[in-house]
Design a protein around this ligand. Structure first.
Ligand code: SAM
Ligand code: SF4
Length: 326
């Protein structure tokens, strides 16, 4: 078990497979984003070595992310190796879905259990505006392919951005009427170069809920409001699926945080929204023993910050979301 100094059991690792992406979402990165050279990123053997150490330290839940995890070379083989690491009890992925038509089945067969797919709008033109060049049809087909491959329950993530897709909140919720999917709305968070944009265009959880209720009437609160991970769950009465509201900005869930992140360049990021980090790839490449590395991870986790400081205008500046692993 890996405890931090506040007594939280940190056992959930988000692993970034790459900082690169085949889209350029406005809330995530600049259009002319510069990526790291591949030799500065964890190679397959380095990634698997570090993941084994985390598993030995009690991390049992893993989510692969990025950048866009599906563009990592060998992603299927990597998933197969990861799924066999003793102690890995849950292995899922957050993806933009563009490549899932081709990859959903091989990933499922390799041991991936579930996917969260980012989908901010059902309007092809708006989709293009948000992602700068993505095709909604690719993502939609990817969602259907994932469902067919058994990567379920399907969760769809929407970041709500004023002036881009705030009018689409109810339309996305309508999907849950006849699909057993969870549509999750995420308050946009400020990072690095896109912090100013994110702060100006954020739409709060309260407004998102109001927009849905205006269309469908009062939502049913599920599980007495207990958080499911970071989401508070609701249902449109009679719907097959559910709605998740993720209010990282206005109602942070830091007290119940169980997670840490491993960036594609091999850095342990202790809190999404704090710049405090511990480099693991550097000591690994310099010949640190596995025991040394375990101790570095333990110390890092112990010193995980309590929570974010957005209310006090403390904004993470060292990396944008795609360089951390959302
Ligand atoms: N490329 C994959 C995808 O888009 O799902 C995985 C990486 S992406 C960084 C992970 C999640 O972070 C996505 O659901 C994305 O919408 C979300 N995200 C990116 N930038 C964000 C921001 N500024 N605030 C909140 N969520 C953000
Ligand atoms: Fe790429 Fe995901 Fe960032 Fe969009 S949110 S630019 S898909 S990493």
């Amino acid at each position: 078990m890996s405890l931090d100094r506040f007594g939280r059991n940190i056992h959930y690792l988000r692993v970034s497979l790459t900082d690169k992406c085949n889209l350029r979402c406005v809330y995530c990165m600049a259009e002319d984003m510069v990526f790291r050279p591949n030799d500065e990123l964890m190679q397959d053997d380095e990634l698997l070595t570090l993941m084994r150490l985390f598993a030995e330290l009690g991390f049992d839940k893993y989510r692969l992310t990025g950048g866009e995890p599906t563009i990592r070379q060998n992603v299927v083989e990597l998933v197969r190796e990861m799924a066999h690491i003793p102690g890995v009890r849950s292995l899922s992925m957050t993806t933009n879905g563009v490549l899932l038509t081709k990859l959903a089945r091989p990933l499922a067969e390799a041991g991936l259990e579930r996917v969260n797919i980012s989908l901010d709008t059902l309007d092809p033109q708006k989709f293009k505006r948000i992602t700068r060049w993505g095709s909604l049809a690719d993502v939609w087909n990817g969602i259907l392919a994932s469902e067919e491959a058994g990567l379920t329950p399907i969760k769809l993530n929407a970041v709500v951005v004023r002036g881009f897709n705030d009018d689409d909140v109810a339309g996305l919720a309508r999907l849950t009427l006849d699909h057993p999917w969870q549509v999750r709305y995420i308050e946009m968070m400020p990072f690095g170069d896109v912090a100013d944009f994110a702060q100006k265009q954020v739409v709060t959880e309260a407004e998102i809920r109001e927009r849905i209720e205006r269309e469908f009437g009062p939502l049913e609160l599920l599980d007495n409001g207990k958080l499911d991970g970071e989401a508070r769950l609701y249902r449109i009465p009679g719907a097959l699926g559910t709605l998740g509201l993720i209010s990282s900005v206005t109602q942070p869930f830091c007290a119940s945080c169980t997670r840490a992140r491993l960036t594609a360049d091999g850095v342990l990021r202790l809190c999404l929204l704090r710049d405090k980090e511990v480099n693991l790839l550097q000591p690994l490449r310099q010949g640190a023993t596995l025991d040394d590395l375990k101790q570095i991870i333990r110390d890092g986790i112990w010193n995980k910050p309590w929570g974010h400081g957005l209310a006090a205008e403390v904004i993470p500046l060292s990396r944008v979301m795609s360089q951390i692993g959302g």
